[in-house]
Design a protein around this ligand. Structure first.
Ligand SMILES: NC(=O)c1ccc[n+]([C@@H]2O[C@H](COP(=O)([O-])OP(=O)(O)OC[C@H]3O[C@@H](n4cnc5c(N)ncnc54)[C@H](OP(=O)(O)O)[C@@H]3O)[C@@H](O)[C@H]2O)c1
Length: 304
């Protein structure tokens, strides 16, 4: 029977919102939690928040939360992060791909890729591929990818993945979240023995910092939504934590969860040919960044 106690959980985007809350809850349930954030100061603040949580746990040395600093806008930094994890950590039972961002204007990463797609999809794609051997050796293991209901609006145009034409913040975000859903289920198909399961989840519309990258004109509208219609951060983290902890999903893989319920994702997300195409294109883009542009990147990685 699956129990999260004493399991090692790595969660990206652990400095804020859903990621920080999930990390704190999982730590309080006895998991060894490792957070990844892009800013060293925010990472140490997040560790403090997890440790000082009211009613929280007293950590022994094995369970004290740990951290890595890595900016997902550099795929070289993500590769270095994976190397460091493989060097430092003997077992990994749950990988939560949660880090995510939006950009008001089309922005390119140092690798030359549209930033929403690179940070929200290519970075977790690469991290997961590099950590798969560790997850397999630690199996049973779980990959949880935090997607979004926004993926229903997402389209995949392989001729212009980076929106050289027609960039809009919500279109780019929806594409990246469609990529998350497609990736999670394609990953499951490629792990057909079921020892490592892979699912994606929409946490709900949650009052976090995710829209801090929205254009200034939209911020009052977002503020209005946040206060009226969005659920709280603990409510949004609950389905993410559930996918990491629920014993009854131990054999569920390749599925999309809307909150706590399994449901069909969008027709595009169920297009197997497109998922295979996305997989190959992601491999190609990652390979190009690491081995063709490689030297130009300045990946930043600290470990604590
Ligand atoms: N909030 C919602 O309504 C909602 C709905 C559906 C899905 N989601 C998904 O939930 C996930 C978590 O988002 P959230 O709502 O909790 O937002 P959030 O509070 O802004 O948290 C996002 C996390 O990702 C990290 N991050 C952003 N850019 C990064 C980069 N370049 N490299 C490394 N880490 C980076 C952030 O680091 P910093 O702390 O340094 O900014 C933060 O830890 C995202 O994947 C989002 O798409 C959110």
């Amino acid at each position: 029977m699956w129990s999260i106690r004493d399991k090692t959980v790595l969660i990206t985007g652990g400095t804020s919102g859903i990621g920080l809350e999930s990390a704190a809850v999982l730590a309080s349930q006895g998991a060894r939690v490792i957070i990844v954030g892009r800013d060293a100061g925010k990472v140490s603040m997040a560790l403090g928040v997890i440790e000082a949580r009211p009613g929280g746990v007293k950590f022994d040395e094995r369970h004290r939360p740990e951290s890595y600093v890595c900016d997902f806008s550099s795929l070289r930094a993500v590769a270095q992060l994976a190397d460091a994890i493989l060097r430092d950590i003997p077992a990994l039972h749950v990988l939560i791909n949660n880090a995510g961002s939006v950009f008001a204007n089309r922005t390119l990463t140092p690798d030359g890729y549209e930033a929403t797609f690179a940070i929200n999809h290519l970075a977790p794609f690469l991290l997961t591929q590099r950590l798969l051997p560790l997850l397999s050796d630690s199996a049973p293991a779980r990959i949880v990818t935090v997607a979004s209901g926004r993926h229903f609006k997402g389209t995949m145009d392989f001729g212009d993945l980076g929106f050289e034409r027609g960039y809009r913040i919500l279109r780019a975000y929806a594409r990246s979240k469609l990529a998350n859903v497609m990736f999670a289920s394609e990953q499951a198909r490629r792990l057909s023995d079921g020892r490592v399961i892979s699912n994606s989840v929409h946490p709900g519309r949650v009052a976090t910092n995710i829209w801090s990258g929205a254009p200034a004109w939209a911020k009052p509208i977002i503020k209005y939504w946040l206060s009226r219609t969005f659920i709280s951060v603990p409510e949004g983290a609950a389905p993410v934590v559930a996918l990491a902890t629920r014993p009854d999903v131990s054999e569920v893989t390749g599925q999309y969860f809307d909150g706590h319920e399994m449901r069909d994702p969008s027709p595009a997300a169920r297009d197997l040919e497109m998922a295979t195409h996305l997989w190959h294109e992601s491999e190609r883009l990652v390979h190009t960044a690491l081995h063709v542009h490689g030297g130009a990147n300045s990946g930043r990685l600290n470990v604590s």
